[in-house]
Design a protein around this ligand. Structure first.
Ligand SMILES: NC(=O)c1ccc[n+]([C@@H]2O[C@H](COP(=O)([O-])OP(=O)(O)OC[C@H]3O[C@@H](n4cnc5c(N)ncnc54)[C@H](O)[C@@H]3O)[C@@H](O)[C@H]2O)c1
Length: 458
C-alpha cells in the first residue's frame, strides 16, 4: 500500500512514543516510523511490555503497530524515507561547561541534526518536538542547510504539551496544538503540511500558529507557569501549618476566582518530573544570557521553593517522630513523580528516600508501576531499602507511612488493617493530601498533612 506521507520520529521516549502512536492511530493513511539510538527500547516498543506506562497507550499501539506504525533501529533508512521528521530526543540540563546546572544540553539535538544532514537525499520538514531554548531552530537550520546542494530543510517548532499520566487523553483532545514557523514561502508551506496531519482529529480552532521564537518560548513559559502555581500554593502551605489555616480551604477559596481557577493548586511534597525544573532553569539561563538577572531570580524562586518543600517534609517527619529516625522503618507509598506513570525522573520520593537514608532510617518503597525505576534510582543511596509492591505488606511493621504519589489505590486502602500491622505509635505523613485525615486519626494514626493542622494523640 502507498501511504500519503512518510513520517519519522527520532526519539522513542515518553513524548515520541505516545505522540506517534496517536498520529498513526488517527491517520491510517500515513506511515509512521519511530527510531531510537537505544535498540532495547525499540525491542520493548515492539513487545507487549512497552518501555513506558501510560493509561490507554497499549490499546492504540496494538491497533496501529504493524499497520502503519513501526518501531525500528535503522535511523539512517528512516531519515532517507521520511517526508517529515519529528525530533523528540531528550534535552536535559547541562551538567558540564558553560551553563552547567542551568542551560539545556543540546548535544542530542545537534547529533540528530547532523545525522539528518548526513543521511537525507531529499528535502524535508524538521519538526522540533523536544522542548528547546528560544532560537534553537535558527541554529538547527544553520547546521542542516550547511551541506547538500538541492536538499532543503524547513524547521518548524511544535512543542508538546502532553502531561504524563494523561498523555493519551491530552493527545486525543489537546487544549491546543502550537506550530511555530518562519514567515517565508517555504515556512508557510511546511506549516500547511503539519496542520494537515493534526487536522485529522484536532478542531481547526485548536491548531494555533505563531512565529517560531514565540512557539519555542511558549513551551518553557507554560511549564514555568504550571510549576509556579505549585510552588505558590506550597509556599502558602507552610504558613498554614504555622497559623492553623487549612491550605485546602485557602486553595478552594482562591481558586473559585475565575481569574485564578482551581487547577494546580494542590499543596504537596513538591513537583517532580523531567520537565518543570529543567525548563525553568533553562528560562533562568536565557534571562541571564540576555542580562535579565532580576527576571531570572524571580523564576529561579519557583525551583528554590520546591527544594525547600521537600526538605521541610523530611524535617517535619523528623520533628514529629521525636527527633530521631535512626533504625525506624518508614514506608513510602508511591515513588513515581505523579500518579498513572512509572516515570521517576526528579521525583520528590527520591529526595525524601535519600534524606531518610541519611538519617539512618530503614526505607520500604511501594509503588504499583515504578518499582523497577525506583530500584535503579536508589542504587547509589547505599541505604537499607526494600521494594515491596503490595502496600499492606510494605507497611507491615513500619513506624510511619509517607504518601509520596497520589495513586488512587492509596485513597481506598483498609487503613485499619494497616494500622494494626504497624509499630505504635503509628504515623502517617500525607505528602499529597489524599487520605481522609480525620478517619485515620480516629483509627489511631498520628496524621501529618501538608498545610493543615496535624492530628496527634499525644
Ligand atoms: N516527558 C514529558 O512529559 C514531556 C512533555 C512535553 C515535552 N517534553 C520534551 O520532549 C523531549 C523528550 O522528552 P522525553 O520525556 O520523551 O525524553 P526521553 O528520554 O523519554 O526520550 C528521548 C529519547 O530520545 C533518544 N535519543 C537521544 N538521542 C538520540 C539520537 N541522537 N538519535 C535517536 N534517538 C535519540 C533517547 O534514547 C530516548 O529514548 C524533551 O525535550 C522534553 O523536554 C517532555
Amino acid at each position: 500500500m502507498k501511504f500519503e506521507k512518510e513520517i519519522l520520529c527520532i526519539g522513542a521516549g515518553y513524548v515520541g512514543g505516545p505522540t506517534m502512536a496517536m498520529i498513526a492511530y488517527k491517520c491510517p493513511q500515513y506511515r509512521v516510523n519511530v527510531v531510537d539510538i537505544l535498540p532495547e527500547k525499540i525491542d520493548q516498543w515492539n513487545s507487549e511490555n512497552l518501555p513506558i506506562y501510560e493509561p490507554g497507550l497499549y490499546g492504540i499501539v496494538q491497533e496501529a503497530r504493524g499497520r502503519n506504525l513501526f518501531f525500528s533501529k535503522d535511523i539512517g533508512a528512516g531519515i532517507k524515507a521520511a517526508d517529515i521528521i519529528f525530533v523528540s530526543v531528550n534535552t536535559p540540563t547541562k551538567t558540564y561547561g558553560a551553563g552547567a546546572g542551568m542551560a539545556a544540553d543540546l548535544q542530542y539535538w545537534e547529533k540528530t541534526a547532523r545525522q539528518i544532514l548526513e543521511c537525507a537525499e531529499s528535502s524535508k520538514i524538521i519538526v522540533e518536538k523536544s522542548t528547546l531554548p528560544v532560537k534553537t531552530a535558527q541554529a538547527m537550520e544553520r547546521i542542516l542547510n550547511s551541506g547538500k546542494d538541492g536538499v532543503q530543510f524547513e524547521v518548524l517548532s511544535n512543542p508538546e504539551f502532553l502531561a504524563e499520566g494523561t498523555a493519551i487523553a491530552d493527545l486525543e483532545n489537546p487544549d491546543r496544538v502550537l506550530i511555530g514557523l518562519q514567515q517565508t514561502g517555504s515556512g508557510l508551506k511546511a506549516r500547511d503540511e503539519l496542520v494537515e496531519i493534526y487536522a485529522n482529529w484536532v478542531a481547526a480552532d485548536r491548531i494555533v500558529t505563531s512565529n517560531i521564537w514565540s512557539s519555542e518560548l511558549s513551551k518553557l513559559v507554560a511549564n514555568a507557569f504550571l510549576a509556579q502555581r505549585i510552588s505558590s500554593i506550597n509556599a502558602i502551605s507552610s504558613l498554614c501549618e504555622k497559623t492553623e489555616a487549612d491550605v485546602g480551604e485557602v486553595a478552594r477559596a482562591v481558586g473559585m476566582d475565575t481569574r485564578i481557577g482551581p487547577k494546580f493548586l494542590n499543596a504537596s511534597v513538591g513537583f517532580g518530573g523531567s520537565c518543570f525544573k529543567k525548563d525553568i532553569l533553562n528560562l533562568v539561563y536565557l534571562c541571564s544570557h540576555y542580562g535579565l538577572e532580576q527576571e531570572g531570580d524571580y523564576w529561579e524562586g519557583v525551583v528554590r521553593i520546591n527544594e525547600h518543600q521537600k526538605e521541610r517534609f523530611v524535617l517535619n517527619m523528623l520533628t514529629a517522630m521525636f527527633n530521631t529516625l535512626a533504625g525506624k522503618k518508614i514506608c513510602l507509598f508511591g515513588f513515581a513523580f505523579k500518579a498513572n506513570t512509572g516515570d521517576t525522573r526528579e521525583t520528590p520520593a527520591l529526595t525524601v528516600a535519600g534524606r531518610l537514608v541519611a538519617e539512618n532510617a530503614q526505607v520500604v518503597i511501594s509503588d504499583p508501576k515504578a518499582l523497577d525505576n525506583a530500584r535503579k534510582d536508589t542504587n547509589e543511596l547505599n541505604g537499607d531499602i526494600k521494594f515491596i509492591e503490595d502496600p499492606y505488606e510494605a507497611a507491615s511493621g513500619c513506624h510511619a507511612i509517607a504518601i509520596m504519589t497520589e495513586w488512587e489505590v492509596y485513597r481506598t486502602l483498609d487503613y485499619q488493617e494497616i494500622f494494626n500491622s504497624m509499630q505504635q505509635p503509628a504515623f502517617i505523613f500525607d505528602g499529597r493530601n489524599i487520605v481522609d485525615h480525620e478517619k485515620l486519626y480516629e483509627i489511631g494514626f498520628n496524621v501529618f498533612p501538608i498545610g493543615k493542622p496535624k492530628l496527634v494523640h499525644f
